[in-house]
Write a protein that binds this ligand. Structure first.
Ligand SMILES: NC(=O)c1ccc[n+]([C@@H]2O[C@H](COP(=O)([O-])OP(=O)(O)OC[C@H]3O[C@@H](n4cnc5c(N)ncnc54)[C@H](OP(=O)(O)O)[C@@H]3O)[C@@H](O)[C@H]2O)c1
Length: 202
């Protein structure tokens, strides 16, 4: 199975790559990010189009990338709001919109959202918006994708490996080993479900 992973070099992306390479199915993983041999910037639709032209036919697309700025609503102007949704939300939607024709029959998309869709943090209104938007998109897009193409999202709590970086922003939140989050991506790629959000660690 030929799988494109956007954000393959990050904490999550490395764990997902490890999990997929270790599967009996011996997946062929293509790594992409802003600073990989296969270059893509989620915030730039042109780079997504170029990436798909470069890689050819795929069986699965996984996204492990996308940042959202934190801050009180009063600190954002309208341009900031548009910029905040452009990367993780619109970038992942574009990965699906532009990528569907490049997927073989029965292929899959797996997007990344996060706990704040349901369990918000202070200064995280835009983060909650983006993560809830991704989960909503997955539910809706599952009905539209044809040729047996599936789509799911993975929504995790804070990764145990990086909890020290987030302990002030996520006070008292549960943590989860990133390998458990990676397993949800394996389930999405190899399983049969669609339109699902797999919550992990909460
Ligand atoms: N960390 C957590 O505890 C946690 C918990 C729940 C959900 N999440 C979500 O999981 C995702 C990954 O988190 P992470 O902690 O693994 O992040 P990370 O370690 O910072 O890794 C991010 C990855 O995405 C790539 N990337 C960053 N911006 C990009 C862009 N604009 N276009 C394409 N690729 C880009 C990075 O590579 P380059 O720099 O080369 O582009 C890197 O490979 C995020 O969406 C995050 O919200 C994280």
């Amino acid at each position: 199975v030929r799988i494109l992973i956007v954000g393959a070099t990050g904490t999550l992306g490395r764990a997902v790559t490890r999990a997929l390479i270790g599967r009996p199915a011996q997946h062929d993983v293509l790594a992409a990010s802003r600073d990989s041999a296969l270059t893509v910037d989620l915030g730039s639709p042109d780079t997504i189009a170029t990436l798909y032209e470069q890689v050819g036919q795929l069986d699965a697309v996984i996204c492990c990338a996308g940042a959202v700025p934190l801050g009180g609503l009063a600190s954002f102007d309208r341009t900031d709001l548009q910029a905040a949704v452009a990367e993780k939300l619109l970038g992942q939607l574009e990965l699906v919109r532009a990528g569907a024709p490049h997927l073989r029959d029965g292929g899959s998309f797996t997007l990344v959202s996060g706990i704040t869709a349901y369990d918000p943090i202070r200064g995280g209104a835009l983060l909650s918006t983006v993560n809830a938007g991704i989960d909503g998109f997955v539910r809706g897009a599952a009905l539209d994708l044809d040729r047996g193409i599936r789509i799911n999202s993975v929504s995790a709590t804070v990764f145990a490996e990086v909890v020290d970086d987030y302990t002030e922003q996520f006070p008292g939140y549960p943590t989860v080993p990133v390998a458990a989050v990676a397993a949800a991506f394996v389930k999405s790629v190899e399983g049969g479900q669609t339109g699902q959000t797999y919550t992990v660690g909460y």
